[in-house]
Design a protein around this ligand. Structure first.
Ligand code: NAP
Length: 320
């Protein structure tokens, strides 16, 4: 396994991590027993970074992760999130970074994870109704109390990130980024206030903040087995407008060209997708969403090879 430093924390995290959204259910193929095996396989391969959030499966993903890692909790890095309250009436996914809500959320997460602390506590989305400094102040209190170790952000634009980083040390920003989506404008229909490659990456590189790309496989599109026909009716991806319009058709042609490059290396498309991200500045750990131990192994094996400079340029031309 290859490790990189998370921001300026001094902590070494694996370049391939595991994203646990899928473990909350509503993703085709999810089985609890297999997901636990996937986590154990990851640990065996030296993967030490697991990304989760309270909202994934409305608490279920945190519970599953906590149970699966209970025998080796101290040896791994749990990155969870705060600020999306699904319990609120009339508003299923309300952003809330008020100190009162954050205080309540941390206790719920710790209970579900069966742990005394969360290694990286990430603000899931900016809350336009709350002063970021108040939320950060609360996070600093949690740090002092030993309930969290480091503060991270997610989906924050450069001005928001800069304001936060001037207030206290920010370890990371988790953003939408993959070989097909360099500067995406929206995520699941939610407009994005940031451009990843042209804005977030240079800022983070300059300020030693880790970029944690989410959706590294574009929710499965960057795999050799992508087929919408196979999805269960309640698969969350059915609600992603991206998979309905012209975008998918345009991408399919690019995906075919990327597959050809991967084939020249004798490697699957997923490994090309991870290696493209691994070659980008500031990218520290890539959270591959999977519930399958064989896929964990295949994803970790991306680190056995690298894309040449010529192919990185060729990929940029395909994507331009
Ligand atoms: N901060 C945010 O706002 C945010 C938003 C979205 C996601 N995230 C985080 O990012 C993580 C990953 O992103 P994502 O959920 O969008 O999904 P993703 O990682 O882009 O893709 C996940 C899909 O790829 C499949 N897959 C994984 N490895 C594979 C392999 N080797 N071969 C074939 N298929 C493979 C998975 O199926 P199998 O289970 O069958 O492997 C799953 O269907 C999430 O789990 C979550 O932790 C964060």
């Amino acid at each position: 396994m290859e490790y990189r430093e998370l921001g300026s924390t001094g902590e070494k995290v694996s370049v391939i991590g595991v994203g646990c959204w899928q473990m909350g259910g509503n993703w085709t193929g999810m089985s609890r027993e297999r997901a636990v095996k996937a986590i154990h396989k990851a640990k065996e391969l030296g993967i030490n970074f697991f990304d989760v959030a309270p909202i994934y499966g409305l608490g279920e993903a945190e519970k599953l992760l906590g149970e699966a890692v209970s025998d080796f909790r101290e040896e791994i890095f749990i990155a969870s999130k705060v600020g999306l309250r699904w319990q609120k009436k009339f508003s299923p996914e309300q952003r809330d970074l008020t100190p009162e809500s954050m205080r309540w959320e941390i206790e719920e997460s710790l209970k579900r994870l069966g742990t005394d602390y969360i290694d990286l506590y990430q603000f899931h989305w900016p809350d336009p109704n709350e002063d970021i400094e108040k939320s950060l102040q609360l996070a600093l209190e949690l740090k002092q109390e030993g309930k969290i170790r480091y503060i991270g952000l997610s989906n924050f634009s450069v001005p928001e990130l800069d304001k936060a980083n001037n207030y206290t040390d920010i370890a990371s920003n988790q953003v939408l980024f993959n070989a097909l989506e360099h500067d995406p404008l929206q995520y699941h229909g939610i407009p994005l206030e940031y451009r990843t490659r042209s804005e977030i990456i240079p800022y983070c590189e300059e300020n030693n903040i880790s970029v944690i790309p989410y959706s590294p496989l574009c929710q499965g599109l960057l795999t050799d087995s992508f087929n919408i026909e196979d999805w269960d009716e309640d698969d969350v991806r059915n609600a992603n407008p991206k998979f309905k319009g012209d975008w998918l058709e345009t991408c399919q042609n690019k995906v075919d060209q990327l597959k050809e490059i991967a084939r020249d290396y004798g490697r699957p498309l997923v490994q090309l997708a991870f290696n493209w991200l691994r070659a980008q500045p500031a990218v520290t750990t890539i959270i591959a969403g999977t519930t399958n131990p064989d896929h964990v192994e295949e994803n970790a094996a991306s680190l056995e090879w690298e894309l040449s400079e010529t192919d990185l340029e060729k990929i940029d031309r395909i994507l331009a």
